[in-house]
Ligand binder design. Structure first.
Ligand SMILES: [Zn+2]
Length: 85
């Protein structure tokens, strides 16, 4: 999946509420254990880092690829806003 389609997917999930955009109070990074990425839905390879986001939805942490996390983090600040690029 290229970055633009990933960004669109994450933006749609934020808009529909499938992904929370505000209740992330703590972010952890660590080695993956084969988790599923909450943004793109793909499995994290064991060689990849997983970014875990803990908030009000605890104990269910959001889990992201590093790339998906950065896109989510940049998109979540402006829910419903027009794309700036
Ligand atoms: Zn992902």
């Amino acid at each position: 999946m290229n970055e633009e389609s990933l960004r669109i997917l994450i933006r749609e999930k934020l808009a529909s509420g499938l992904l929370p955009g505000h209740d992330c109070t703590k972010i952890l990074g660590g080695p993956s254990n084969g988790e599923t990425c909450d943004a793109c839905g793909e499995t994290l390879a064991k060689s990849q880092l997983v970014m875990e986001c803990i908030g009000e939805h605890y104990p269910k942490a959001l889990q992201f690829h590093v790339r998906c996390f950065y896109i989510w983090d940049s998109e979540r600040g402006t829910p419903g806003a027009e794309p700036t690029e």
